[in-house]
Design a protein around this ligand. Structure first.
Ligand code: GCO
Ligand code: MG
Length: 404
């Protein structure tokens, strides 16, 4: 079945999403998410100008060969722009294969290895009291795992407590220039154990608690944080140091038994092979749409499975519902699933995307429609044109640039 068209749709129903639409000679349509937060148009151009022309006339069902053609066949490999573009093609082809065969993608990947996908939600607050109210809100909705973040006293802004819409948190984004945040490691390391202690005290020993450090600590500081949180038995601490330095995790590991997760900024298995084979982490958090699609992420998780590392895929709201659905399909099928982030999407996203995934009692299911179970309404998408947006940047209190 030949590919006859490949089109890129850029739309902003709440936030910017880049979607690849692949059409076959039989009129089947497959969708892939090509969104790279704050760098959206770079991927749109990579697809439109360099990849889409290569797809016309190719057999839509040769998914592995197309992946190899776009990755191995290109001299310039890896990187977030390239791998997000390849991911969009790959996911759209899995969607088409599902539609051809009449099966949901998770069944093509080997079938359900569990009844549903355990997800974690984002609770936050500008004070610990507000955070406790938000944790109760997630618990009452049936969530079995909750990420906890609260404003660090003395700092004007803190990662993870951004805005809220329709019950979901999101990072505020600015048009003209990025927002500048200020960071103080000492204040943070003093505050976080108190915050987590308050949550444990209120909600007891069984709810799974997670926390995102967002790449701000040195390895030895991350070791200190992990050690200070050991009494509260975290499910994980995420991205405690800048993720490109894999050997840093040896230092963290030597100093704490708190489980470690990292990976939302990774683009290929070569970003995390040392982390996995040396068992330096417990959860690998790569996303379908930034790591070359279902085909490559399945390889990453297969390697992780050999070394006892579990999945914990990124599921932020800046990944589109197409990406989130594809993550759920993979989560259903792999043996070493750990947990899935679920941040939801900002209104009016439902005007543009219709989805088949559902949530019940803290577990999500991708649905049984053929393919991914997600469709995009192009007329609705056209009503929400692209809006330039940046992620924030971060500085220390003396003005030095820092990791955000
Ligand atoms: C998460 C992430 C997000 C990222 C965002 C960047 O754990 O969900 O850290 O909040 O900041 O996806 O684009
Ligand atoms: Mg994160």
């Amino acid at each position: 079945m030949k590919i006859t068209a490949a089109d890129v749709i850029v739309t902003c129903p709440g936030r910017n999403y880049v979607t690849l639409k692949i059409t076959t000679e039989d009129g089947l349509v497959g969708w892939g998410d090509a969104t790279l937060n704050g760098r959206e148009l770079a991927v749109a151009s990579y697809l439109r100008d360099h990849v889409c022309p290569l797809l016309i006339g190719r057999n839509a069902t040769r998914i592995t060969d197309t992946w190899q053609y776009l990755y191995r066949g290109a001299y310039w490999r890896r990187g977030p722009v390239t791998m997000t573009a390849i991911a969009a093609v790959d996911v759209a082809l899995w969607d088409i294969l599902g539609k051809i065969s009449g099966l949901p993608v998770y069944r093509l990947l080997g079938g359900a290895a569990r009844e549903g996908v355990t997800v974690y939600g984002h609770a936050n607050g500008s004070t610990i009291e507000e955070l406790l109210t938000d944790v109760a809100h997630y618990r009452d909705q049936g969530y079995r795992a909750i990420r906890v973040q609260a404003a660090v006293p003395g700092l004007d802004s803190t990662y993870g407590i951004g805005g809220k819409s329709a019950g979901h948190t999101y990072e505020p984004a600015d048009g003209e220039q990025p927002t500048e945040n200020v960071w103080d490691t000492a204040a943070y390391l003093d505050f976080v154990p108190k915050m987590v202690a308050a949550v444990r005290d209120e909600f007891g020993p069984t709810v799974r608690l997670l926390h995102d450090v967002h790449h701000r600590l040195s390895p030895i500081e991350a070791g200190q944080l992990g050690k200070s949180l050991e009494p509260y038995r975290m499910f994980w601490i995420e991205d405690s140091t800048p993720a490109e330095d894999q050997s840093a995790f040896r230092t963290i590991r030597q100093h704490t038994t708190t489980p470690l997760a990292v990976g939302e900024v990774f683009n290929s298995v070569y970003d995390c092979n040392q982390l996995i084979t040396e068992r330096l982490i417990d959860y690998i958090r790569t996303s379908v749409s930034h790591t070359g699609g279902i085909t490559h992420l399945r390889d990453v998780f297969a390697l992780a499975n050999v070394y006892g590392v579990r999945s914990g895929s990124h599921g932020a709201g800046d990944l589109s519902p197409v990406s989130f659905a594809s993550a759920l399909h993979l989560d259903m099928a792999i043996p070493n699933f750990g947990i899935q982030e679920y941040m939801g999407h900002l209104d009016p996203w439902r005007e543009v995307f219709s989805v088949g995934y559902t949530m019940h009692d803290g577990l999500m299911h991708p649905g049984d429609a053929p393919g991914l179970g997600v469709e995009l309404d192009e007329q609705a998408a056209a009503r929400y044109p692209y809006q330039p947006q940046y992620l924030p940047v971060n500085r220390l209190t003396d003005g030095s640039m820092w990791d955000w």
